[in-house]
Design a protein around this ligand. Structure first.
Ligand code: F6P
Length: 192
């Protein structure tokens, strides 16, 4: 059976300062992950040639930069658009938009940032990506927390409305192998 490899980008400068969205560069640790990624991937892939899909954001492109495979950038893999909250910390959001902050807490799947997106929106924009993954082989997707959560839920057969709560840590490659009745999962954590 075919496998799919998933990874979040390495830690970014915005992850370090607790800011959401943006288009920051990788941090020092994030760069260390990008340097270790080829070896980590090789452990689980062997000599097969992958195709690596990234978003159009610097942090995913930088994370994939040393992988010795063909790369493709997809706008549809960009992080959930936080609209007016882009670039803020959660504390700043709570302060500036207290009602929105509560509304998101109440219904994280359906809550749409002002001028931005909800998880539900992301699930919809990922439909063509998922179709493309399903008819391709040996794809590795390097993307963002919210996007990975939606892809992961899909391939793990978890209801889409539970996507916002999937645990997807940094600096970890997830290998998913769909089988007849369930999907087999393996995680490879980089030691950084
Ligand atoms: O903090 C990193 C990040 O990818 C943000 O860019 C994004 O808004 C957030 O995670 C998504 O996680 P949550 O839906 O839990 O806020």
């Amino acid at each position: 059976p075919r496998s799919i490899w998933l990874s979040r980008h390495g830690e970014s400068e915005f992850n370090l300062s607790g800011r959401i969205g943006g288009d920051a560069n990788l941090s020092y640790r994030g760069r260390a992950y990008s340097e270790k990624l080829p070896e980590l991937v090789k452990q689980s892939v062997g000599d097969i040639d992958l195709t690596v899909w990234t978003s159009t954001m610097k942090r995913t492109i930088q994370t994939a930069q040393y992988l010795p495979y063909r790369k493709l950038q997809w706008k549809a893999l960009d992080e959930l658009d936080a609209g007016v909250c882009d670039g803020l910390t959660y504390e700043e959001i709570e302060e500036a938009y207290p009602e929105d902050f509560r509304a998101r807490d109440d219904d994280k799947y359906n809550y749409r940032y002002r001028g931005g997106e909800s998880y539900r929106d992301v699930v919809i924009r990922l439909e063509p990506i998922i179709m493309e993954i399903e008819r391709s082989e040996n794809i590795m997707v390097v993307t963002h927390q919210a996007v990975i959560r939606c892809l992961y839920a899909y391939f793990m057969n978890v209801p889409q409305n539970r996507s916002p709560w999937m645990e997807i840590p940094l600096h970890t490659v997830i290998k998913l192998t769909p089988r007849a009745y369930s999907t087999q999962e393996e995680r490879f954590k980089a030691d950084i």
